[in-house]
Design a protein around this ligand. Structure first.
Ligand SMILES: Nc1ncnc2c1ncn2[C@@H]1O[C@H](COP(=O)(O)OP(=O)(O)OP(=O)(O)O)[C@@H](O)[C@H]1O
Ligand SMILES: [Mg+2]
Length: 263
């Protein structure tokens, strides 16, 4: 499904981005982007290095100001809302690089994730129980220092921590980064499970083919603009997208292990 000029609308979006322009130090990086995140689905934003994927995501979660346009969640305008207030609206964010507090235990990391509900011990306990049921490995390892967990386990912990605020929408920046191909599959399978549990998932990914395979909906960003959008399967099989963006993506190289994290 080609977009030019209008974006194919997703039905029942939980989040909408309209005419979003933003960037750094006066230089626009994302330009006039329109995106819909369909409720209860998995959406991937793919595109080459420097296309503006992370920048768009930062504007969505409130870490970067929108210069123009608006972001709406469940119909409410959240464009001017700071990131922590968006968490209160049901939007959770898993930053790039599975940042955990390495000296702290798995349990402490999860409790920190519950910052919006921390005064309500019963709710924290309930949230802990829910995420540990979703991620049994974390229950098993709850006393272990987070920094001694494997790369895949740390990514699970980073996702679980975001789920502690009971979000409706979970947004992830490059969840596969630095993970071995096998662990990428494990993490992506978890996304499918989250969807089954009723969460809406949106992620920015360089491992385009793998991301599209588990996604329902997709956007291709190119030099800050939405170049293609549509059902993930049609994007995955679009000849032009294949040639331009899926041909020699990072998933074809060693394993995208470009950062200093262990796997
Ligand atoms: N904090 C920043 N200050 C200035 N420029 C930035 C900053 N962050 C990103 N940029 C620039 O914005 C452009 C888009 O970067 P962005 O990180 O959004 O790309 P991306 O699509 O996420 O790329 P990648 O796939 O490599 O993660 C790049 O040219 C980048 O150099
Ligand atoms: Mg990025």
């Amino acid at each position: 499904m080609r977009t030019a000029p209008a974006v194919a609308p997703a039905t029942d979006p939980i989040l909408t981005v309209r005419d979003l322009t933003t960037g750094y130090f006066g230089v626009p990086v994302v330009r006039n982007a329109d995106m819909d995140i369909p409720r209860g689905a998995i959406t991937s934003v793919i595109g080459p290095n420097g296309a503006g994927k992370s920048t768009a995501l930062k504007a969505v979660v409130g870490l970067l100001k929108a210069w123009t346009g608006e972001v709406r969640m469940n119909g409410a305008d959240i464009t001017a809302m700071p990131a922590h207030a968006r968490v209160g609206k049901g939007l959770a964010f898993v930053p790039q690089g599975r940042i955990v507090l390495p000296e702290m235990s798995v349990l402490q990391n999860l409790e920190i994730g519950a910052f919006t509900i921390r005064k309500d011990r019963a709710r924290v306990k309930e949230a802990l129980d829910r995420v540990m049921t979703l991620f049994p490995i974390l229950r098993e390892r709850r006393a272990q220092a987070a920094g001694t967990m494997s790369g895949g386990e740390q990514q699970m912990l980073a996702i679980a921590r975001a789920l502690m605020t009971s979000p409706q929408l979970i947004v992830l920046d490059e969840p596969s980064l630095g993970l071995s191909p096998k662990l990428v599959d494990v993490v992506f399978a978890k996304m499918t499970e989250l969807k089954r549990e009723g969460f809406t998932v949106a992620m920015v990914e360089q491992k385009a083919s793998k991301a599209l395979e588990i996604s329902d909906w997709a956007y291709v960003l190119h030099t800050g603009r939405v170049a293609f959008s549509g059902a993930a399967q049609s994007i995955l099989h679009d000849e032009q997208v294949k040639r331009l963006y899926l041909g020699q993506g990072p998933e074809e190289t060693a394993d995208g292990d470009s950062d200093d994290d262990e796997t």
